[in-house]
Design a protein around this ligand. Sequence first.
Ligand code: CTP
Length: 404
Amino acid sequence: MGQSILLGVSGGIAAYKSVDLVRRLRENAHTVRVVMTQAAQSFVTPLTFQAVSGYPVGCDLLDAESEAAMDHISLARFAEKIIIAPASADVIARLAQGMANDLLTAICLATTAPIAIVPAMNHRMWHNPITQANVAKLQQFGYAVWGPDEGTQACGEYGLGRMLEPEAIVTHIENKNSVTPLHRKTIVITAGPTREPLDPVRFISNRSSGKMGYALAAAAAQSGAKVILISGPTALAPPKNVQLISIETATQMYETVMQQIPQCDIFIGAAAVADFRPTTAAPQKSSKNEFSSTLSLTANPDIIRAVAQFTPKPLTIGFAAETHDVKLHAMRKWENKGLDAIIANQVGLAEGGFDSDVNSVELYSAEGMVQFPRQSKIELAHHLIEWISNYYGKQTKDSIKNIG
Ligand code: CTP
């Protein structure tokens, strides 16, 4: 069914693609009203969007005439959904600050509709930690983030920051409209590293940032799932509509996961669980003279293996981060741990893997291998959740057939 969509267009060369986006949305029976920032009008004229949307275009917050015709509160009420495409670094920063210094940002502050941003900017601007922090803040407040894509940019440089193609944006919009197989399902996701204490100030840990697990949790929540994120220490803000349970050690993660499994439909093990812990942790800070040159270690429980052995078994998906022989190791873990699927990626390269904002992965299941090319972890998480949703949908259909 057609919806009332408010399309915000901010400044960027990708604004020309949004003209095609409006056309496609109207073809799918949506009513589209366009609001442009001042910078956007340097790239495409309001008249173009008026012609393609069939409605006057909102440009000014303080313009008496346009305010009388359709003020920012009416536009905020009109919108069942707000999509900002392209979303420039500037508009993302202003939204993250809660500013309302133009029509688009005022509407976003006044609306109760879900908002999605589709970033488009130079790759260095996208990777800038300030932009990343602004994007994370918006996600925390429930904004969806679609893209960006990687490719050659308008400036001639290559990187992550291209706006998604209109077709991909429409897919995101239509997916959010339909009830996915994940709707109201419980998904438990582990993320981040674990810390294994040697004493109250020292620990053994690893380089996991938690970004992939948190992005999966956000994407799963946006697909309508009830998400429980069990996370080791990270520097990340918890995604909106996700229940975060913070733990430190692998043993705590194991115990917390096992408490949740009886109610769990899908388990995703994205955590980099420490395989071993110091056999004894000193109750007080040890001086260096008290450490022996050998460390006695005890194996931690294999959490995902225990989940896969649970009855009834949730759909169980693991990760394998490998520096070499990725396929070989991934297939071995898939089989040994009794997983339904494993998502494998190479780590130890200059980019991708731990602490990076981008990743490329291969997913192995009984259906064979699917490749997910290099993209932002946010976008990758949406694609992986889409795959998981389809796979889960097929599995549950099969089990209903078997019962029948
Ligand atoms: N995993 C887990 N519990 C552990 C170790 C790993 O749940 N104690 C999960 C991870 O979350 C991931 C998958 O198992 O989904 C693979 O993790 P990895 O560390 O690559 O596997 P290991 O069994 O530790 O294999 P190895 O150290 O031999 O590479």
